[in-house]
Design a protein around this ligand. Structure first.
Ligand SMILES: [Zn+2]
Length: 173
């Protein structure tokens, strides 16, 4: 959480106060603090906008220049990323991982019983239609395919792969 008092100091008339506020923001582990730093790139005093840029470079390990839009694009895409396992923020990580989990029902071929193959009556079809109409289409698809994605930091990725292999996961080609 960023205090209201700190936000006020960011627009204080004295540039030195604004620069100190920037330094404080840079120490917070908070995407909102980064958004405040991005906003200060347009400060009327060059020394303040330079301090905001230097702080952003230090925190993120990137240098996207002094243009606010480039940092804003970065912020929208990356500032909120966290490791799904340990919760660590990923914006300062040079390397992190995207896990894509795909769960498919097996066997994929529909299993047909003798019962399914017997001649349909109008009543059967009506009942089948009623049954289907109770399901929401997304739910039906979810029974066959589930796709999930999440991010992992490097240590959690190593742990994830080790645990998966230990529990018998096979490499997929
Ligand atoms: Zn992690």
């Amino acid at each position: 959480m960023i205090s209201e008092e700190l936000i006020l100091r960011l627009s204080h008339a004295d540039p030195a106060v604004r620069i100190r506020a920037i330094e404080e923001l840079a120490r917070l582990d908070d995407p909102d603090a980064l958004a405040c730093l991005v906003a200060r790139l347009n400060d009327s005093e060059e020394q303040v906008s330079a301090a905001a840029r230097a702080a952003l470079c230090r925190v993120t390990g990137l240098d996207l220049g002094g243009e606010r839009d480039a940092w804003l694009d970065w912020w929208k895409q990356k500032a909120g990323l966290t490791c799904a396992h340990c919760g660590k923020r990923l914006y300062s990580s040079r390397l992190y991982y995207l896990a894509r989990i795909q769960l498919t029902s097996e066997p994929r071929e529909l299993y047909l019983s003798q019962e399914d193959l017997r001649p349909r009556t109008a009543g059967d079809l009506r009942r089948a239609a009623e049954e289907l109409s109770k399901h929401d289409p997304a739910g039906l698809e979810e029974e066959v395919y589930v796709h999930l994605r999440y991010y992992l930091c490097t240590p959690c990725k190593l742990e994830f792969v080790r645990d998966a292999r230990e529990s018998g996961a096979l490499d997929d080609d």
